[in-house]
Write a protein that binds this ligand. Structure first.
Ligand SMILES: Cc1ncc(COP(=O)(O)O)c(C=O)c1O
Length: 359
């Protein structure tokens, strides 16, 4: 079967590029002496998590309880839920997950930690806990000055084992030296404050794809959790962490209308690509590999509007294009299946098993 035989829209993954991305980051983490705990929210597929573990990942990360359940089949030695777990149903399910593998939780409150500790005790399991710290994104996490106190309080909760610190530098979109130096200073200060309070953080977990290859410049960091790097996308290119040829994922789409002069419609819109803009807020909704000058500027649910005024070539109904999305993680979540291609051949396909697992 070749790529021309696929129905559209289809999410296609160039296996050679994906393997190169995986190997590059595994090698980087090993050479920088950083534990790699890839975030599986990007691919949502246990088969790919297994590949990351084979290449040396120390564990994996998830955001959702449902993702944790699905990822058990990858047999991770440790599973980090890098999202505050709140609510009885989720806790009950995570206790069951913790009965099967080691589970680590990133938490920023006692309100979240206490019921988890009680449930762990009752279920005869233990949860490792990282104290989540806000290092500038302003999303979750206690302020750095309050983090040691939260760790001390968590240490007193039966059923929980405090292991270290987690943070997510999502506010830094590229390897800008000044921002990186600021981050490094904040993290070093944090580790210093923990030590001054008599606490030794065994795990200091951070690291995103944009900062990936600068992780060794962040003092005290010993674990990284990149997710997007497996496929990359237009945001990763903009961050400077990859080049166009490192983008493994694209959406294969068909031109379904050229009735309006200067424009074509492709058979994918917001339900295929997601409506995410580039992090910079600029640009369109994806880059057409066949004609980078074509401007994919608007979407309805199932229609992609492409302005052809500056396109390098003409298109007719039935033509196919491959589009690299702005933000691959949300695009993957919209697709049931990924098609793995090598050259023009479809070599394999796999179900996106954790797609839609939002609870
Ligand atoms: C908590 C957390 N860790 C790690 C990541 C992975 O970062 P990236 O998508 O830049 O690879 C994310 C991404 O949203 C995240 O929210």
């Amino acid at each position: 079967m070749t790529i021309n035989d696929l129905d559209t829209p289809a999410l296609v993954i160039d296996l050679d590029v994906m393997e190169r991305n995986l190997a590059r980051v595994a090698d980087y983490a090993a050479s920088a002496n950083l534990r790699l705990r890839p975030h599986t929210k990007t691919h949502k597929s246990p088969a790919l998590a297994r590949r990351q573990l084979e290449l040396g990942a120390a564990g994996i990360s998830v955001a959702k309880t449902g993702e944790a359940e699905v990822m058990l089949s990858a047999e991770p030695k440790d599973l980090l839920v890098a999202y505050p777990i709140v609510g009885a149903q989720k806790i009950e399910r995570l206790v069951r997950v913790a009965g099967k593998t080691s589970v680590t939780l990133a938490l920023d409150s006692l309100a979240a930690a206490e019921p988890l500790g009680r449930a762990a005790e009752a279920g005869d399991v233990r949860f490792n806990v990282l104290v989540e710290v806000d290092i500038g994104l302003g999303r979750v996490g206690v302020q750095p000055k309050d983090a040691p106190d939260l760790a001390q309080a968590i240490r007193k909760i039966p059923g929980l084992d405090w292991r270290g610190i987690a943070f997510y530098p999502g506010h830094i979109k590229d390897g800008n030296d000044a921002r990186l130096a600021e981050l490094s200073q904040t993290v070093a200060g944090l580790v210093h404050d923990f030590r001054a309070a008599g606490l030794e953080p065994e795990i200091v977990s951070g690291g995103s794809t944009p900062l990936l290859f600068r992780s060794h410049d962040v003092a005290g960091l010993n674990e990284i959790r990149p997710g997007t790097y497996i496929f990359n996308d237009l945001n990763t290119i903009a961050s400077g962490a990859c080049a166009l040829e490192d983008c493994a994922a694209s959406v294969l789409a068909t031109v379904v209308s050229t009735a309006i002069p200067g424009q074509m419609i492709i058979d994918g819109g917001s339900k295929t690509f997601s409506s995410d803009r580039l992090s910079s807020g600029e640009g369109g909704f994806g880059r057409l590999m066949e004609a980078p000058g074509a401007f994919f500027h608007r979407m309805m649910e199932e229609h992609g509007f492409v302005d052809l005024t500056k396109a390098e070539r003409r298109f007719t109904v039935g033509d196919r294009v491959r589009v690299i999305p702005n933000h691959i993680c949300v695009a993957v979540n919209l697709h049931e299946v990924c098609y793995g291609i090598r050259g023009g051949e479809v070599e394999t396909c796999w179900k996106v098993e954790a797609r839609g697992r939002l609870q």
